[in-house]
Design a protein around this ligand. Sequence first.
Ligand SMILES: [Fe+2]
Length: 291
Amino acid sequence: MSDFEHVFATPPEGAAADWTISQDWRSYTQVEHDTWDTLYDRQMKILPGRASDAFLNGLKALDLNTGGIPDFALVNPKLKALTGWTVVCVPGLVPDEVFFDHLANRRFPSGQFIRKPDQLDYLQEPDIFHDVFGHVPMLTDPDFADYMEAYGKGGQRAAGLGVLPQLARLYWYTVEFGLMESPQGLRIYGAGIVSSATESVFALEDPSPNRIGFDLERVMRTLYRIDDFQQVYFVIDSIEALKAETLADFGPIYDRLQGAADIPVETVLPDDRVITRGSQTYAARGGRFAA
Ligand SMILES: [Fe+2]
C-alpha cells in the first residue's frame, strides 16, 4: 500500500537498495505461525461463496495453508511459473517510487511481520497476512497480473504529473476494496476485504454501503476512508473488463480531473450505475467507533 506516511526516506539498515529484506522464515515463532493458521482458518469459513473464483483458485494454486506463515522460497517458484510475479519482503511501508518500481517489475512488496494475537481484527499497517493472503492469490490471474504491472508503470508516470492521489484511488477501489460481478452474484476480490473477517461480510451483505458499477473517472474522483469499512464499493464486470478499461492512456483523463471536484464517499451521482443504494446507517452511527 502506498497510502500511508512512510517513516524512512532511505532504506533502513539491513535493507537492500530496493528496500527489500530477507523474509528470514526461520525467525518466526510458533505463536506467529499459529496466528497465520487462525486467520487462515477463519477466512476459509467465510470466503467460499463470497470471494471471487480468481482469488479462491489462486489460493489453491499457491498452497498457502501448509502450516504457518508461508515460506516465500516455496511460494515464489509457483507464482513465478504462473504469471512471472514474485513476492518480496520489505521492512514496512516504502516510498511510492519504490512501491511502483516493484510492481512495474512484477514484484509484490510484503510486510515481514504478522499481527499480534490481540490484533486479529484490525491493524492499520499491512502485515504478512494482509499482503500475502490478501494480495498474492490474485497475482496468479494473468489479467490481474498484467493490471498490477500496468499500475506500477502508471504510478511512475502519475508521480511526475502530480496526480498520485487520483491514481491511488484506483488502487484503493480495485486492488484493495474491489467487488466484481459473477453469474452467482457479487464477489469479493479486493485484498483489504478478503483478509478481513468482518469486512468480507459487510462489503457484500450489509445494507449500509453503496455498491456502484466501476467507472474509471468516477473512481479517480472519489475520496476513501482508511480508518473503517468503506462507504462505497465499486463493482467491476470482470478482471478482463478492468484491464481493458485501464489500458487507455490516462493523460486525457488526468487533464479532465484537474478541474473536477472530489466526490465524497457517501455520494450517489445521477449517472452512477447503482447496484445497491446503501442506507449509510453504519457510518451514521459512528462505525467502528460507535459505543
Ligand atoms: Fe494492501
